[in-house]
Design a protein around this ligand. Structure first.
Ligand code: FAD
Length: 354
């Protein structure tokens, strides 16, 4: 194969959803997913995989609604590794702001559970939040692409080293190999500065931030909820399959590179996580001793970005730590951005090459 209608560069969860959406939108188009490692081994492999119906802006709330519906449908259709769970939002600030941020906020509940060693800062309030789940994100990406094998070529171990455009797009694949694509979606997760597209992506003003989640060595009870600490942009997640909790907090270390950020926690990561966790669950602090580290791309507006960089060459990403939960909506926007010309070109059976 040396020519396709649509090339998806990056085989993380967003790339997998882009391929899925493109296959549905353009039933006759030939599609290739190009991944330099294995599917889902980038940011997707470290993800906590939490979906909660939240959005700070109208666009993100709408993306959340769309993604919520798609995940529910795909979970059933593809038997995805997704687990629904109860959730509670704890906040000390303005209750109206909380209500405006979360979709499906339920009744008010107790902000602390002393039986589990939970404290709550003075003035804290809590509400039930419906519609949450968490996923094995790498597993989801793999399963989505497994379901597409008759529609899309999935080329792992294939690094795109160069992108040049002249009506069509030539993707250098190293070792003298090349793929020509009519349309390209770049879905590189935090690899925004890869030399093949750094100059094209630079005007978007994206930055890469370290993302950290610590592991808490306590066994979750079957009905333990996800607890979202709204003011801190943090959450405590029961990871039932792994037998421990995960505590995600906001790490403020910017301008890291995915190939350099390292996979080990630094002492300061643990200290920062414990300081936040200690405000709500002091008994868990001593059990917070390990975790996972990576990074993600963020946009200046803190919303995902879908942008045409050249005619027929679309960037999709900058998910800002929400790339799992918003992947279906990002994919829908990316494929819509391919629409104007390809609807005509790509929805016709492709001429077989001699
Ligand atoms: C610790 C942690 C916790 C998180 N928790 C959550 C959460 O609870 N909920 C949530 O919604 N999000 C969460 N996120 C964010 C989420 O994981 C990411 O936003 C999401 O995985 C991004 O997916 P992606 O497909 O865009 O990127 P990636 O998964 O990074 O995929 C990009 C792929 O592109 C490939 N690639 C790069 N360069 C090239 C090249 N030149 N040629 C070919 N392939 C290339 C990479 O190998 C990689 O596989 C978390 C992230 C981290 C790190």
């Amino acid at each position: 194969m040396d020519a396709v209608d649509i090339a998806v560069v990056g085989g993380g969860v967003v790339g997998a959803l882009v391929a899925h959406e493109a296959a549905a939108a353009f039933p006759y188009a030939t599609i290739a997913v190009l991944e330099r490692g294995l599917i889902g081994q980038g940011a997707s492999s470290r993800s906590a995989g939490v979906h909660f119906p939240r959005g700070a802006t109208a666009r993100v709330r709408s993306m959340t609604e769309h993604s919520h519906r798609v995940w529910a449908r795909l979970a059933a259709e593809l038997d995805l590794p997704i687990r629904a769970l109860d959730a509670t939002v704890v906040a000390t600030g303005d209750a109206d702001a909380v209500a405006a941020t979360y979709l499906r906020l339920g009744e008010e509940t107790a902000p602390a559970d002393p039986a589990r060693g939970w404290a709550a800062p003075p003035g804290a309030r809590a509400w039930r939040l419906d519609g949450c789940h968490y996923a094995d994100v790498q597993g989801v990406a793999g399963r989505v692409l497994a379901g597409l094998r008759d529609r899309a070529s999935v080329l792992e171990g294939t690094e795109v080293t160069e992108v040049s455009s002249d009506g069509e797009h030539r993707l250098g694949l190293g070792g003298g190999r090349e793929l020509v694509a009519r349309r390209v979606v770049l879905v590189p997760g935090p690899w925004i500065a890869h030399p093949a597209w750094a100059a094209l992506v630079a005007p978007l003003g994206l930055r890469v931030k370290k993302v950290v989640a610590t592991h808490v060595e306590a066994s979750p009870a079957p009905d333990d909820p996800l607890t979202i600490f709204h003011d801190e942009d943090a959450f405590l997640l029961p990871l039932h399959e792994r037998g421990h909790f995960l505590f995600s907090y906001t790490c403020d270390r910017w301008d890291v590179a995915p190939d350099d950020v390292g996979l080990a926690l630094e002492r300061s990561d643990l200290d920062d996580a414990r300081a936040v966790l200690g405000r709500f669950a002091p008994d868990l602090v001593a059990l917070c001793d390990s975790g996972r580290v990576f990074c993600d791309a963020y946009s200046p507006r803190r919303e995902p970005v879908v942008a045409e960089l050249r005619p027929g060459l679309v960037f999709a990403g900058a998910a800002g730590g929400s790339g799992y939960r918003l992947a279906p909506a990002i994919a829908a926007e990316a494929v819509a951005a391919l629409e104007p010309t390809p609807t005509r070109i790509l929805s016709q059976p492709r001429q077989r090459q001699a």
